[in-house]
Design a protein around this ligand. Structure first.
Ligand code: SF4
Length: 535
């Protein structure tokens, strides 16, 4: 029987990597964006494949008939949050968690139900292609539902593009509504209500809506939805949540690192109290399937006392899931790390950013190299997997400070690391000091008094080739969060490290021989051996 769905939410569309590589490659193989991407894939049978695709390829070559990494298995925090929010306001919703994995199901929902609106989330998109692919697909099966696009893709473009370019982006995607807000759920519900009840759209803040003459942009007004009042109702998703879920317990960030624009567009910092978190996590645990949660707060361990209380709450409840998160390691001490271990922490992602104190100061990181070293030492002692991230080329960076970063990585030996070229965003605090540092250009094309983006890009490659005591962690389509599903699938951390070392060597082969069509036979054999050993 046809159902009435007020809002059908469509989750992430993982674009085919080789298409994306082709798109970025069209900017030039020496361009900074391509050089950045180049450290994320190897070539196999002449095709560009990511670490996740490489894992799956060799897993199947070892005689298995399904993928070992399925990104669609990670249940989206955005869907859980938006679905709950919509339902609590009296509307019906349905969803597909992963567009690529659930196309057939989506087509069926669109064909057989009365769908009033479609909400497309855009958390991880760097281009409009995945959104236009979803819109074209939807239009094949349903021409009446109103399409609403929200999330960071819209708010970032609204912030960084001029009016003409913005209008071009909106028209080329051709959705019915766009929501321009760091939150946006209030606007979403107002659109659903207006469509359902035949109301006007011009009173709804933070939206663009389509008219014959083009898109009308309504006034901007900061949404301030209270996370604690909108915690996820997991009973709405119990039948479809698998082993992995993403969760958040805070919005925005209390810090203001000068390279980061996140606090500016995420809005006011707010945290959820421990009792409310406990209630939500008990409900999640009672589903009975979840084995690992990814806490996506940007600074889960701040404030410190709240973090300790959460850890004690987890220990008391003996949840059946393990967890991993971002972590500010200057706030680590032995008591905290031991509580983390006891509560089931599998790993942490550290935004270290630089091994040079001078650059950390320029970044307003409010930390010291010494604090980082102490925190990482404790994490290692307690067997918590560390993935550390670094930025190369920030204002003040020189060849010498990059060498300090290399030395820091070699000394502290994080299990995995990644170094990336500084991305210069005019919304970030450093922009206010552009005269002081002589910053010119933006995004991946910049120069300042001590470096330019071409040199920075070369130095990233140099870091990649010189670090020996840590394994390169790519970013596209596979990152530190991908390790834990692999462990749940029976691959232990040493096997994962061996595989990722091979992947890293595959990238290094490509850097040395750019026309190489395939990773070497020796690497293929070593990758296969990982899965033989895992049997
Ligand atoms: S880098 Fe992390 S800690 Fe710093 S401002 Fe951005 S989100 Fe906050």
């Amino acid at each position: 029987m046809a159902q009435s769905i007020d809002c059908l939410i469509i989750g992430h569309n993982q674009m085919k990597f080789c298409d994306y590589e082709g798109m970025v490659g069209s900017m030039g193989k020496e361009s900074e964006p391509y050089q950045d991407l180049n450290l994320n894939f190897v070539r196999y049978n002449s095709e560009a494949i990511t670490a996740a695709e490489t894992f799956n390829t060799f897993y199947k070559r070892a005689g298995n008939n399904k993928d070992i990494i399925n990104l669609g298995e990670l249940f989206s925090a955005t869907i859980a949050y938006l679905g709950t929010y919509i339902k609590r306001r009296g509307f019906t919703f349905d969803y597909v968690n992963s567009f690529q994995d659930e196309k057939e199901e989506l087509a069926k929902k669109l064909r057989e139900n009365n769908v009033l609106t479609i909400a497309i989330t855009t958390t991880l998109y760097v281009s409009s292609y995945p959104i236009s692919e979803i819109i074209s697909f939807v239009r094949q099966y349903n021409t009446t539902a109103k399409i609403i696009v929200g999330g960071p893709f819209v708010s970032t473009n609204a912030r960084t593009q001029n009016e003409v370019t913005m209008e071009y982006i909106l028209c080329s995607l051709d959705a019915d509504f766009y929501i321009n807000s760091s939150q946006g759920e209030f606007a979403l519900v107002q659109i659903i209500n207006a469509v359902k009840n035949g109301l006007q759209f011009n009173q709804i803040s933070n939206i663009y809506f389509k008219q014959k003459s083009g898109y009308i942009r309504n006034n901007i007004e900061i949404e301030n939805n209270i996370l604690a009042e909108n915690m996820v109702d997991w009973s709405l998703f119990g039948d479809r949540v698998g082993r992995f879920a993403t969760i958040r317990t805070a919005i925005s960030c209390p810090f203001s690192c000068s390279f980061c624009g996140f606090p500016q567009h995420a809005g006011k910092y707010q945290t959820v109290d421990v009792e409310t978190i406990e209630k939500e996590w008990r409900a999640l645990d009672s589903i009975g399937t979840v084995k690992s949660i990814y806490i996506i707060d940007d600074t889960f361990n701040v404030p410190r006392d709240r973090f300790k209380d959460i850890l004690k709450m987890m220990i008391k409840n003996r949840f059946s899931f393990k967890w991993h998160s971002y972590f500010r390691c200057q706030f680590a001490d032995e008591e905290i790390i031991s509580l983390m271990k006891e509560s089931g922490c599998e790993g942490v992602f550290l935004g270290i950013e630089s091994g040079s104190q001078e650059i950390l100061n320029n970044m307003s990181k409010a930390s010291t190299i010494e604090k980082y070293r102490e925190g990482m030492k404790l994490l290692r002692e307690y067997g918590i997997i560390i993935n550390a991230s670094f930025i190369i080329g920030f204002p003040g960076e020189t060849y010498k400070t990059v060498q300090e970063t290399v030395r820091f990585i070699e000394d502290t030996r994080p299990d995995f690391y990644r170094a990336q070229l500084w991305y210069c965003e005019p919304i970030t605090p450093i922009w206010k000091e552009k005269e002081k540092y002589g910053i010119k250009g933006s995004q991946f094309k910049w120069s300042h008094k001590t470096m330019d983006s071409k040199t920075g890009s070369k130095l990233v490659n140099e870091v990649f080739l010189s670090v020996k005591n840590s394994i390169w962690m790519p970013q596209y389509n596979f990152d530190s969060a991908s390790i834990f599903p692999l462990m749940q699938n029976g691959i232990n951390i040493n096997q994962i490290k061996e595989f990722m070392s091979c992947f890293q060597e595959g990238i290094a082969e490509k850097l040395k021989s750019p026309n190489q069509k395939n990773i070497s036979l020796e690497l293929e054999k070593r990758m296969e051996a990982v899965f033989k050993a895992a049997k």
